[in-house]
Design a protein around this ligand. Structure first.
Ligand code: 2BA
Length: 128
């Protein structure tokens, strides 16, 4: 069987060695569309997942973007441009009370976002 030319082997090797990161951005539902549009306009590939926050139990969006190392800051810039902080009002859950006890619920103001972002190293990336 013929061996592939050395150039081909080196190119394949280099492709495997390129550093890829996964940017995971948890954003407000209302900002997710603008973020995905901005990413696609610059030809980044992105996946939007429906998620919900553990604390507020409200729906938010998780946007995953696989990019090469040197593109991470550009992606973070787009997240920064499109995702804005908001304040939300939370009604705290009443505690379990004994008979005769009284609880006055005060709504709490919580600041959410712009975005919570994790940048993860990717061991292997394939499009099959
Ligand atoms: P949630 O868990 O629903 O949190 C919404 C907002 O409530 C948070 O905004 C924060 O301001 C507040 N909050 C959360 N946990 C709290 C606590 N134990 N005590 C007081 N306040 C608390 P962000 O920090 O901007 O987070 C927005 C969303 O991002 C979160 O929604 C969650 O879905 C995600 N997230 C934030 N930090 C995370 C982490 N370390 N790991 C995984 N997901 C995270």
């Amino acid at each position: 069987m013929a061996h592939p030319p050395i150039v081909h082997v080196v190119v394949q090797w280099w492709a495997r060695l390129r550093l890829v990161k996964l940017v995971v951005a948890i954003v407000h539902n209302e900002d997710a569309g603008a973020l995905v549009d901005a990413l696609l306009a610059r030809e980044y590939r992105a996946t939007r997942l429906h998620s919900s926050g553990g604390f507020l139990k409200q729906s938010n969006a998780t946007v995953m973007v696989g990019v090469e190392d040197d593109q991470v800051d550009l992606v973070l810039g787009l997240v920064n441009e499109t995702c804005h902080p908001r304040t939300q009002i939370v009604n705290p859950m009443p505690p379990i009370m004994e008979p005769g006890e009284f609880f006055m619920p005060y709504p709490l103001e919580v600041e959410v976002g712009g975005a919570t972002v994790f940048v993860l190293p990717v061991e292997r990336f394939e499009r099959l």
